[in-house]
Ligand binder design. Sequence first.
Ligand code: SAM
Length: 289
Amino acid sequence: MKIIASVARTNEILEKFDLRAKKGYGQNFLTDGRIVENIAEKADCQDGCVIEIGPGIGALTQMLALRAKHVLAYEIDTKLLDVLAYSLSDLDNIEIINEDFLNCDLATTVKDLRARYGKVVVCANLPYYITTPILFKLFECEQQVDKITVMMQKEVADRFSAKVNSKDYNALSVMSQYLYDVKTIIKVSRNVFNPKPNVDSAVVQFSQHERIKVNDQKAFFALVKACFKQRRKTLYNNLREYLQDGELAQKLINDSDLMSNVRAQELDLKQFIQLYEGYDHERKSLCKD
Ligand code: SAM
């Protein structure tokens, strides 16, 4: 089997299909076999199934398929379907879906894959222009995947280690910390891609951890997002707008022992959970009345 992740093989495939990487789809193909192998190894997919977002010409897909029971890959670019059929023809445990990942029914897919293969993980070299929406989709999915191992721009990866009160601390930081342990596990130079991007990259891993579960995760995430809606505004102002009720907003802040002029970026995960629990309690008493 020819390894796809090399400079020579990538050029050979691109030439054979007269392909040029599409900037609009964030196409930067990995050409370093050792890095691709390392990512696939860290994906922790040996005893389960992997969802890949954007297989490109198949470099990572191939390494994942050599380890996992099954690979399900979403590729938006129709032109890559013939390429993938050719480059991955030696493997029979890969399913390519020609769809925008952001439009797929992820919950149903994860549920179905879990029933068939047990463990479900996500592994991808993400299209950088939609890193945030992809992560929001994964975090907000009611079927949580066991592990997410994804490459992104280094600057975006750095935000995941953002601490309370720093400029990069946002709703995504709170949601990811609630669901997973977050770690940058591999740094990747811009020189191992075709074409070469303007930035370096990093692989971030999100691993499930023991946690206190909130009653309604969807409502919790919606509240967190609303609290960060306008960073410059106080928590009170963002909450008042979201709840359409100033008195309730003030009560929730007081009951959580927060200062009245606090901003969302000053709250840690525990404080967000406390705020949500107060909100959940008020919602329930309203329903009873
Ligand atoms: N996995 C390959 C690699 O590592 O060499 C390619 C990674 S490239 C950075 C991103 C891939 O995502 C491209 O193949 C691109 O066409 C695909 N893509 C872009 N937007 C997408 C979307 N909304 N849904 C699914 N795939 C998408």
